[in-house]
Design a protein around this ligand. Structure first.
Ligand code: ACO
Length: 209
């Protein structure tokens, strides 16, 4: 079994509500699909290019294969996939991916949040919870996040959490139909001995619920 999985994280109260993270479940299909179809214009610009229409990729029938792929990767220790709940209702996902062990002990983090609850600290809380978990319980040393320079809200999430800007990756990821430049942000474990959740609480941005 790989360290730090499966697990539930939170609760953490932010202006949008009480944030909790749990592993994906097969029965998330209808709620996940309803949000993803409704949120197309909010999400499409920022997500990897993939074959098939948005409706095909985000319909109820698309979830079982995504869920089982995530579950398989999580069991093998390559991914830590979480559903974000706000006041008990599914409102997004935060994923720690490409977990590399050995002398790298590194991974990336990525997230999306339902636009009905954006601007209220949800992505920041979710990322703080997973980063603390990765450093304390999943034996990781470095967490990276790459973001398009145009994605102001996501850049803000990372800078609020104290992620360090490391550089600009040119034509780095195939996103929304083209090779897009991305800013690389990162944190290593030594930089967060206090914990990102503690920092949010100290800054008055979150409260332990
Ligand atoms: N200009 C300036 N700041 C903005 C703007 C804007 N247009 N829009 C939002 N913000 C600020 C908010 O005010 C807030 O900062 P504050 O707390 O200082 O007020 C911050 O951006 C957002 O922080 P949260 O509220 O914690 O984040 P939220 O729950 O709203 O989720 C997210 C942010 C995930 C980027 C959401 O907008 C989303 O799902 N976007 C579409 C998908 C996406 O872009 N995912 C990220 C891809 S990159 C990656 O995963 C590393």
């Amino acid at each position: 079994r790989h360290p730090g999985w499966p697990v539930r994280l939170g609760p953490l109260a932010v202006p949008a509500g009480v944030v909790e993270l749990r592993p994906p479940r097969l029965f998330d299909a209808s709620t996940w699909s309803r949000i993803r179809i409704r949120e197309r214009s909010h999400l499409e610009n920022w997500e990897p290019t993939a074959p098939g229409s948005w409706e095909e990729r985000n319909g109820v029938l698309a979830w079982p294969s995504q869920w089982s792929a995530l579950r398989g990767l999580a069991r093998r220790g390559q991914t830590l996939p979480f559903m974000i709940l706000v006041d008990g209702v599914l409102a997004g996902q935060v994923t720690v991916g490409n977990v590399l062990r050995g002398s790298l002990r590194s991974a990336w983090v990525g997230y999306w949040v339902d636009s009905e609850v954006t601007g209220g600290g949800v992505a920041t809380a979710a990322t703080a919870l997973v980063v603390d978990h990765c450093f304390r319980n999943a034996a990781l040393h470095r967490i990276e996040a790459t973001v398009r320079p145009e994605n102001t809200p996501s850049v803000r999430v990372l800078t609020k959490l104290g992620f360090r800007e490391e550089g600009l990756f040119r034509r780095y990821l195939d996103v929304a139909g083209g090779w897009r430049d991305h800013i690389c942000f990162a944190l290593t474990a030594e930089e967060v001995t206090d914990g990102l959740v503690d920092r949010l609480v100290a800054a008055g941005r979150a409260q332990r619920a």
